[in-house]
Write a protein that binds this ligand. Structure first.
Ligand code: SF4
Ligand code: SF4
Length: 100
């Protein structure tokens, strides 16, 4: 298992969760309704698992630069805690899955 320093180094090569916002909705009805919603709102329906629809949209964080996070040492706790491998809307993009 790799440590936090190595994980941070991988994140700086990736930065995908700084480029996307992901969310999920309970699947209540025909999946076509969700597909249409995503199409008209320009969202990406990534997965449907166990009655939950996982969606993402490209929305760059205002602190993201070409060199990475402008406030990395003071980044929010949500950024520190986030693990893209556990987010079904982002797991395909998260580079941590390739190192552990
Ligand atoms: S604050 Fe930094 S680490 Fe958090 S999403 Fe923005 S650029 Fe990424
Ligand atoms: S998607 Fe994963 S590897 Fe990429 S920056 Fe986010 S947590 Fe790090």
């Amino acid at each position: 298992m790799i440590g936090d320093r190595e994980k941070s180094a991988v994140c700086l090569q990736c930065l995908e969760c700084c480029r996307y916002v992901s969310f999920s909705l309970p699947l209540a009805g025909d999946l076509k309704i969700y597909e249409e919603f995503c199409r008209v709102r320009d969202l990406e329906l990534v997965a449907v698992k166990k009655g939950v629809v996982y969606i993402r949209v490209e929305k760059h964080c205002k602190y993201l630069t070409v060199a990475g996070c402008r406030i990395y040492d003071q980044r929010p706790m949500a950024c520190r805690m986030y693990d893209g491998r556990k987010d079904a809307a982002m797991a395909d993009k998260c580079m941590w899955k390739e190192i552990e």
